[in-house]
Design a protein around this ligand. Structure first.
Ligand code: PMP
Length: 322
């Protein structure tokens, strides 16, 4: 679908995948005016194809568009584009153990000009590809590297938007994590480099010895849909969940004293990933003996069960595609 100042959204079409033709002066190539979403279509046990809370992706896409001075795409148009593509690709939606059709909606500034201002034309597009299970052979704890050199987002910045630029800025930090033998980077806040924010592509939760859960507050982090869903599930099962600032110093102390029992990361890709070990410039430590904690396992089972149709969808979060 294209957008321009005069016509608004127009010319929606379904096409065979092919390269774009872009003018070298297209605004996206210079000022990174680009946003995207990541979602999955699952085939449930009964064979039905379902999306998980796609309205939330639509809303976040609109919020990202607003922040990046781009036109907002109506929720119905966003949902319709996803549904149409999934219907066309229905034979590519895998069944069984964690595999799914990954769906990538995105929008970029296509106007050719070199001045610095919001572009006057955009292209919105959706592509999809089957992906295997994130965890092959059961849930395995991940290792994380605490970046001491880089931050992901500052107050007033674009941290809460799902824009390409945020990821461009985090690639080097993620590569550094890999060099340190870790699966994911953990970002601390930009101002004090003290407060835990999120991972390269996941939000983070801490489980305390009194059974309560702490997760960093919204603001500079990406408002994860998995994060919001887990907060809801945990609270409804009687767990106290606090959205509050948690420092890396506190994390180290709590891990050493045994007050911290479990930590896990969450996002569309892995759903819930236990964090087993933590490396940082000053050393390393493990959490809960490096294994999978019961609270983490339980929350994961509940959410995955709902997404997979083996547990009742008590919140009406599944959106089936016929
Ligand atoms: N934080 C970042 C930086 C991410 O890229 C993602 C993945 N979209 C998340 C958190 C988790 O968000 P969600 O649960 O909506 O996938």
């Amino acid at each position: 679908v294209s957008w321009d100042l005069d016509k608004g959204w127009h010319d929606a079409s379904v096409r065979q995948r092919a390269p774009f033709q872009l003018d070298p002066a297209s605004a996206v190539l210079h000022y990174a005016q680009e946003i995207f979403e990541g979602m999955k279509a699952y085939r449930t046990g009964h064979g039905t194809i379902t999306l998980f809370r796609p309205e939330e992706n639509a809303r976040r896409f609109q919020a990202s568009a607003k922040r990046m001075a781009m036109p907002e795409i109506p929720e119905e148009l966003f949902l319709e584009s996803i549904e149409q593509l999934v219907r066309i690709d229905r034979d590519w939606v895998p069944s069984g153990d964690g595999s799914s059709l990954y769906i990538r909606p995105f929008m970029f500034a296509s106007e050719a000009f070199l001045g610095v201002r919001p572009a006057h034309s955009y292209i919105y597009c959706v592509i999809a590809s089957p992906v295997g299970a994130y965890f092959k052979g059961g849930e395995k704890p991940i290792s994380v590297w605490i970046s001491d050199a880089f931050s992901r987002a500052a107050h007033g910045g674009t941290g809460a938007a799902k824009c390409g630029g945020n990821y461009a800025g985090s690639l080097l930090a993620q590569a550094e994590a890999a060099q340190h033998g870790c699966d994911q980077v953990v970002f601390l806040d930009a101002a004090e480099h003290r407060w835990v924010e999120e991972l390269g592509g996941m939000n983070i939760f801490f489980v305390m010895d009194d059974g309560s859960i702490v997760t960093p507050p919204l603001g500079t982090i990406l408002p994860g849909i998995t994060r919001a869903s887990l907060i809801r599930i945990a609270r409804d099962s009687g767990i106290t969940v606090e959205e509050k600032a948690y420092s890396f110093d506190q994390w180290q102390q709590d891990a050493a004293s045994g007050r911290l029992k479990e930590a896990f990361a969450c996002g569309t890709a892995a759903v819930v990933a236990p964090i087993g070990s933590v490396r940082h410039a000053g050393g390393e430590f493990s959490i809960g003996g490096g294994g999978v904690g019961t609270v983490t396992h339980d929350l994961r089972q509940r959410l995955v069960g709902m997404q997979r149709g083996s547990r009742e969808d008590v919140y009406g979060w599944l959106h089936s595609i016929s």
